[in-house]
Design a protein around this ligand. Structure first.
Ligand SMILES: [Zn+2]
Length: 317
């Protein structure tokens, strides 16, 4: 067992061992992305509770990544372990080192230029990423050692692309770089953000990246969601993390041992919340992978940091 695997095993909940081992598909996984439909939106809560902003009434950080079943998660973990074993030397030397990630920002503007953000906002967003992935917002936060450097900014003027229509096509036509390059498309849609996972890259390399609402950048107009936390959340998925409430109160939960089980997403920023009273720990409402307000966010855990490092080595290094 490599060091990175040994560390992760120590972090995983013991209950995972009780789960039956299923066959692991050899092929890269092709997952279906969530559709932005009216029925999807109408199921969303109003996390704000305030309807002053028409757009915020239907806004939630959900659903923002392809659905992954429990069986698929087991298959992904098995595949990741096999890749890490085959890359044992790299995995051991890369353990906990993070990586320097080049960032390509694509501004998907309307024909008349709506949806633009300033260079200052982009620089501030990159600074937020470096602060949050660096563990600088809480004494409990892990330093993931992932750092972000702006590599390019492109502007496109297309009404369809601006509203995230034809996303498969526009991503394929504009994406820059390989698996190690983070592409962020800034659009105007009903979601806050949508991400792809690292284990999808083999099957769907052309659409890899995150889509983020342009007004969620620092200084944007989305009330409670304009401090840059949305990009951090989506990049957490891009680096292989699930939501902290994924799997609910089950033992396996989100596949990370040091994020307490959580039954449902957090709305706003409550003083405290414990939705799985039968499990140890209160809800991780300050975790970047919950649905809390931006100002509520302040940490990734060491277990999440380890999972991101593993995912990076397996799929993006
Ligand atoms: Zn999410």
């Amino acid at each position: 067992m490599t060091r990175i695997r040994a560390l992760r095993t120590a972090l995983l909940v013991v209950g995972l061992l009780a789960l039956a081992v299923t066959a692991v598909p050899a092929q890269a996984m092709r997952l279906t992305e969530p559709e932005r439909t009216e029925s999807t939106r109408s199921r969303c809560l109003d996390p704000d509770g305030v309807h002053g902003d028409g757009r915020s009434a239907s806004r939630l950080r959900s659903p923002d990544h392809p659905e992954v079943t429990a069986a698929e998660k087991q298959a992904i973990d098995g595949r990741t372990d096999r890749i890490l074993t085959s890359k044992a030397e790299i995995a051991d030397s890369a353990a906990g080192r993070g990586a320097s990630i080049p960032v390509q920002v694509h501004l998907m503007l309307s024909r008349s230029g709506e949806g633009d953000v300033s260079r200052l906002q982009i620089d501030q967003q990159i600074a937020v990423l470096n602060r949050q992935f660096g563990g600088h917002e809480s004494s409990e936060a892990a330093n993931t050692r992932f750092t972000f450097t702006l590599a390019g900014v492109q502007r496109y003027y297309n009404d369809k692309w601006h509203t995230d229509k034809d996303s498969l096509r526009y991503r394929a036509r504009t994406r820059v770089g390989g698996p190690e390059t983070l592409n962020i498309w800034l659009v105007d849609f009903s979601a806050l953000g949508i991400a792809t996972f690292p284990f999808q890259y083999d099957a769907q390399p052309k659409t890899d990246g995150v889509r983020v609402h342009f007004d969620s950048l620092p200084g944007g107009s989305l009330k409670n969601y304009n401090l840059g936390g949305t990009a951090t959340h989506e990049i957490g998925h891009w680096l292989g993390l699930f939501h902290t409430f994924d799997g609910g109160c089950s033992r396996s939960n989100d596949g990370v041992g040091d994020t307490p089980a959580q039954k449902y997403p957090t709305s706003g920023c409550p003083d405290e919340q414990d939705s799985c009273t039968e499990r140890r720990g209160v809800d991780p409402i300050h975790n970047y992978m919950d649905y809390s307000f931006d100002r509520c966010y302040n940490q990734f855990t060491p277990g999440q940091s380890m999972r991101m490092a593993e995912m990076w080595t397996a799929y993006r290094a």
